[in-house]
Structures are given as C-alpha cells and as structure tokens.
Design a protein around this ligand. Sequence first.
Ligand SMILES: *[C@@H]1O[C@H](CO)[C@@H](O)[C@H](O)[C@H]1NC(C)=O
Ligand SMILES: *[C@@H]1O[C@H](CO)[C@@H](O)[C@H](O)[C@H]1NC(C)=O
Ligand SMILES: *[C@@H]1O[C@H](CO)[C@@H](O)[C@H](O)[C@H]1NC(C)=O
Length: 479
Amino acid sequence: MLGFCLVILFVNAASIDYGAALTKSLLYFEAQRSGKLPSNQRVQWRGDSALNDGKDDGIDLTGGYYDAGDNVKFGFPMAFTITMLAWSATEFESQLNSKNELKNALNAIKWGTDYFIKAHKESHVLYGEIGEGISDHKCWERPEDMTTPRSVYKIDEQHPGADMAGETAAALAAAAVAFKESDSGYSNQLLTHAKELFDFAKKFPGVYTSSIPVAGKFYGSSGYEDELLWAAVWLYKATQDKTYLDYINEKSSSCGGTRLNFSWDDKYIGAQVLIAKDLLENKFAGNESTLLNEYKKNAEEFICNCIQKGHNNIQKTNGGLLWWDYWNNLQFVTTATFVITTYADTLSATKNSLQCSSGNVEPSQLINLVKSQVDYILGENPQKMSYMVGFGTNYPQEVHHRGASIVSIKKDKKPVGCQEGFDQWFKRNAPNPNVLVGAIVGGPDNSDQYNDSRDNYKQGEAATANSAPLVGVLARLAS
Ligand SMILES: *[C@@H]1O[C@H](CO)[C@@H](O)[C@H](O)[C@H]1NC(C)=O
Ligand SMILES: *[C@@H]1O[C@H](CO)[C@@H](O)[C@H](O)[C@H]1NC(C)=O
Ligand SMILES: *[C@@H]1O[C@H](CO)[C@@H](O)[C@H](O)[C@H]1NC(C)=O
C-alpha cells in the first residue's frame, strides 16, 4: 500500500510534460508564418499569405513572421524573437537534440533569418516593417485573404535606426552560432549580414521610430545603446574578434545599470548575462576590466530581484507569478526565466553560487524558481488554466488572433471581408475555430485573474516574443 502511495505521489509531482510543451511551443511559430508555406508545414489550418510583400518596391519581402494577433510584419520585435530562439538553440542545443526538436528550432530561426537576408538589401538599407498597424487593426481578416495595405518601411543612412539594425545584427549573429555546425555556409552568410548591420548601426545612430514613425505606437523603442551592446556581444561570441570585445569594454559603452525587465525593447539584461557567464567561465582570461565586472554585477542584481533576495525585488502575485505589467506580463516572465536558467547552469558548472544582498542562492534554488514560473504558466495556478494555448485541458479559448478566430481557409475558401470578420468572427461568443497551439498569451493580472475574451488583447493576445525564450527553458526542463 505504501509503495502504491509513493507511486501516486511521484506521478503527481512529475505530471507536467515539459517535452510536450516544447513541441507545442515550436508549432506556434509555424502558425505565425507569413509567405509561401513549405511542404513540411505541420500547422495545417494555415495557408499561403502576403505573397506580394515588397513587389511594389521591386523587392521580394515575402516570408518572416506575423508578430502577434494581427497581420503586420514588425521587424523590431521579430528580430528580438529570432535572437531569443537562436539563444535557446545555442544554449540548449543538446537538450533540444535529445527531444528531437533541434531541427524544428533551427527551422523556426531560419524562417526569420531568410527574411532578414531579403530585407537587408544593401549594407545600409534594412526593411523594417510591412503593413501598418492602424489600417491593419481596422480589419479582422485572415492573413490568407488580407485586403489591407502592405506598405513597406525601411531604414537607411538618411533615415537611420540603430536599434533595429543592432537587434537584427544580434539575431543574425546568434543564428550564425546556432547554424555553425549544421550549415557552415549559411552561418557565414548570416555573419556577413550581421557585421554589416552592426557597422551601419554604429555609424548611423538614432531610434528607428524616428524613421518609421508608424511603428511607434506599437513597438516604440526607448533607445539604441542596448541593441548595439547586445549585437556586439553576439558578434564577439560568433567571431571572437577583438574589435567587438573592445566595443563591449569601451568606456562610452554603458553597462545599463540594474534593469527592471528584459524585453523586445530593452536588451541590457541579455547582454549583461552573456558577459557574466563568460566571466564565470574565464573566457576573458587576463582582460577582466572593471566594466566587464559591472555588467556581471548588474546581471546578478536582476536575478537576485527575481528570487526576492535583492534590493528591489520584482512583485509576485499571491499565486506566485513574477509580475511586471497588466499588458502582456508573460513576455517578461519568459525572458526572466530564460536568463535565470542559463545563469544557474553556468553557476553550477563553474561551482559557484549567487551572492545576493540577502543571502546566497544555490543554482538549484534558481532552477526551482524557474520551474515554479513555468508550472504556473502551464496550469499550476489559482485559475488552473494553462496560459500556453492547446496545453492541458483548460486553456484560453478566445485568443485575440485574426487567423485563429476565423474558420480556416482550408475549410472555407470564401474570403472573409474586413468588417465581416469583426461581425461574424471577432464578436462571436464562442471558442476560436483554430487552436493556436503553443502560443503564450499575455496572461493573468496581479490578482491571478484572467478574462478569456477575444477583445481582451492585454491578457489574451499571444506574441512570438513571448514564446521564443520559453523554447530554451522547456528544452532544459524536459531533459
Ligand atoms: C587578453 O589580453 C591579451 C594580452 O593583452 C591578448 O593577447 C588576448 O587576446 C586577450 N584576450 C581576449 C579574450 O581578448
Ligand atoms: C521595463 O523597463 C523599462 C526600462 O528599460 C521601463 O521604462 C519600463 O517601464 C519597464 N516596464 C515594465 C512593465 O516593467
Ligand atoms: C471580461 O471581458 C469582457 C469583454 O471585455 C467584459 O464584458 C467582461 O465584463 C469581463 N469580465 C470580467 C470578469 O472582467
């Protein structure tokens, strides 16, 4: 009888299937694909879309990703998404491989990087947005029968955007690391683009929303220094070229201080954590400048704040979720858990612990924090709801997503018009006809409440940037 009880307890404790969640998280990227879908497309309710993107400008800009619930291709968050997917794939390569998901992760990265290569037309020209938020949001249409303008927006020497060029450089450099073993030719190609974009960003400073104002209302950027640093860190990782280390070490490059969050807008924490890991691993042998240690100190302070042992701890809900914002809180949770996971593993491998102002933290305690956050997301929360769509039995049914909320074009080819989509599908008080498997929605509020309603975009819209960091974390927890 005792043995029987122990078995039950064990099964209970291990009830969350991280491997299944990992598989689903990668399927989500297929549902967000723009352009001509490949023959190995697994998400079958989607069809080809936006096949003329760029045509009016005499350039092929098909491909890439829709960022969230609409049909705009926003280059800035798309680049961050690819950087985090690539970081997931480089950091947790063996774990992804052991779960048979490395190929899918690389395919998800390549869907983005192939597009960036097309968008980086000349060394100092980068297309940064296709379609436009205001006109797109006036319609509720499947991407497959979009009728909204597909205007193209770019940055160049006269209209710079060091943040967007920098983030795209980071994405391409990180992807170059991810592809190094499996496809060295492609990896080199990515690296060439990354280097050119970094030089472009360095020589032509400024935020991209001054050059592409239509992006400002949706993905306004608060600065470009963080993207330059982040790009330099990834380029140093990809090349070991001292030029990039010099940039990281320059007095003019700010280490950012202790940041509040890590997101598509603010990459300091990512850069700080990468530098801190290299310091722990002694990769700067003999060259540990004061500034390098400053990066590490700030990375660690953020992690201490997450585990509630720092000077400025991150708020937590009663249900135990780290909490930053009413609007898409989970994007901050997934990036934070990613950096905590990878830092915990490096601390552990180098036999270190984390020194926080209110005590020492062992790597295993950091992993426990990560597990608590991921378990919350996957359903262990006061609502007993999984905020990963399609995971478990109770998950959001009315995700704010045009494609998912309208009957699949594979089932009904009749085009759904701009206003018709609102009247017949958006306003329908019923579950979405297509399950957006693997998507991470914005998530609950600070009292662990979630309102599953299609017009509740602050909680119920999923974004590619939410899922990308989780790919690495899930691979790590599944193994
Ligand atoms: C560290 O400094 C030495 C001597 O200045 C130099 O040869 C070496 O390349 C540097 N290492 C790195 C990682 O920059
Ligand atoms: C995230 O950090 C930025 C600073 O980079 C800050 O302006 C913003 O308010 C923070 N957002 C949240 C939700 O914490
Ligand atoms: C949920 O959202 C819907 C639509 O915005 C609203 O009508 C309803 O009152 C909300 N319910 C709760 C409990 O907040």
